[in-house]
Design a binder for this molecule. Structure first.
Ligand code: HEM
Length: 424
């Protein structure tokens, strides 16, 4: 499936306008063939039913939220949680149970008390200051990766650069040997495919189990090795971390934490790098501006995060009935939050489908909000800002490879490109 330039966007806006029922629009959004052209349908859903109660996603009633104000309220509401109930959307029965159990042990879905304790322990090891120290290393890795492709004059930006940069950085940080990358390359992709909402095939469920068991065994061995020979990395810090009562993290929490740091620490940034570069290449005036004013890159990165974000969906559940907009959401029903729809809400962002690398202020929700706000956001910003800066500096002629079009992956939850061939 190819990407969607302006012409396709207009076509899909017209197609979406003909759809009169929100369920029909949601079906289009869940259709893997529409990945390149998602936003016209999100706009239409927001206009028809900004809070849609439906069982189309998990078979149980859930609320699909697409308005910025509702999304913000749900993310910040003290009685609305992300916990094991949010994992329901991945539950396909016993055939997929290891994946579901692993999710329940990650920071994203721990019960609130435990979440705050584990997040506190991870944060101790994972401060903005430590990221600052890593800034230099991030730039070094970027140059090393570009050195490898420079003489070829072309690369698949996703495969040769966007995947490798964040995965190398998070591996080095965690203490995962980069020689082991080939071992978990497939697990990483299988796990992302399994963590999709809507329908997943039996084969994806099977691969998801394989990936989960592979990761668990691998991390348990590595944790044991770190216990025997502590090092100055994040894994050793996690093993050593203790709260005020002297309690540390058990094996299941350590595995869940390593898993979420590795998975969340690379796929999201990889996808943002790919989609961000594509957005710039499809808006030559914006790219030209940045080439002449690289000091504008931090502001531009915020716009790229807003314009086409990698984490499209978050789940939440209210503990008590809550009022959202004009609707009453009953306790216990899952809210499916569409971050990407909120980031294009015209009530907050003027001309939301226009890429404006100078947009400021830019209160996008790409890193979430509240209790679960992205723990790695300063690191992600550093990787994105440095990557765009060095790419623009070293490859002033970088452009799309006309012979091979870019393509989105099928995933909706974690949106991204499967390939982005470029020449320079
Ligand atoms: C462009 C890159 C990134 C994007 C767009 C992104 C986005 C997000 C979002 C939206 C959430 C909140 C999910 C929710 O509320 O349900 C989140 C949580 C999280 N992110 Fe990121 N992220 C990125 C990069 C990273 C990196 C580099 C790391 C680690 C090195 C990381 C680690 C985490 C963790 C551990 C959580 C869970 C926090 C919690 O539940 O308390 N992320 N991220």
């Amino acid at each position: 499936m190819t990407t969607t330039p302006e012409r396709d966007r207009q076509r899909d806006t017209a197609l979406a306008a003909e759809m009169q029922s929100p369920e029909q629009v949601l079906e289009a959004i869940l259709d893997p063939k529409r990945r390149g052209s998602l936003y016209p349908y999100l706009h239409r859903l927001r206009a028809l039913a900004p809070r849609l109660r439906t069982d189309m996603i998990s078979g149980k009633p859930a609320w699909v939220l697409t308005r910025y104000a509702d999304v913000r309220e749900a993310l910040k509401h003290p009685d609305v949680r992300s916990d094991a109930r949010g994992v329901d959307v991945f539950d396909v029965g016993p055939a997929g149970r290891h994946f579901v159990e692993m999710q329940k042990n990650t920071l994203l879905f721990l019960p609130p008390d435990k979440h705050d304790r584990v997040r506190g322990l991870i944060s101790k090891a994972f401060t903005p200051r430590s990221v600052e120290h890593r800034d230099g290393r991030i730039r070094e890795v970027i140059h090393e990766l570009l050195d490898r492709v420079e003489s070829k004059g072309r690369m698949d930006l996703v495969h040769d650069f966007a995947f490798l940069l964040p995965v190398i950085v998070i591996c080095e940080m965690l203490g995962v040997p980069t020689e082991d990358l080939p071992r978990f390359y497939d697990w990483a992709h299988q796990s992302t495919a399994r963590g999709e909402i809507g329908k997943v095939t039996d084969e994806i469920v099977r691969q998801g189990e394989e990936a989960t068991l592979g990761y668990s065994t691998y991390f348990l061995e590595l944790i044991e090795d770190h216990r025997r020979r502590p090092r100055g990395d994040l894994m050793s810090a996690l093993i050593d971390a203790r709260d005020e009562d002297g309690r540390g993290l058990g094996d299941a929490d350590l595995v869940g934490s390593c898993y979420i740091l590795l998975q969340a620490g690379h796929g999201t940034t990889q996808d943002l790098l790919g989609m961000g570069m594509l957005a710039l290449l499809q808006h030559p005036d914006q790219l030209e501006f940045l080439r002449g004013a690289r000091s504008g890159i931090p502001t531009a990165v915020e716009e790229l995060l807003r314009f086409d974000t990698s984490v499209q969906i978050s789940q939440r559940v209210a503990d008590v009935p809550i009022e959202l907009g004009g609707d009453r959401i009953p306790a216990g029903e899952v809210c499916i939050i569409f971050n990407g729809a909120a980031n294009r809400d015209p009530a907050v962002f003027a001309d939301p489908d226009r890429l404006d690398v100078r947009r400021d202020p830019n209160p996008h929700l790409a890193f979430g909000l509240g209790r679960h706000t992205c723990l790695g956001q300063s690191q992600a910003r550093s990787e994105l800002q440095n990557a765009f800066d060095v790419l623009l500096e070293r490859f002033p002629e970088l452009r799309l490879d006309e012979t091979t079009p870019p393509a989105y992956r099928d995933s909706l939850f974690l949106r991204g490109l499967g390939t982005l061939p470029v020449v320079f």
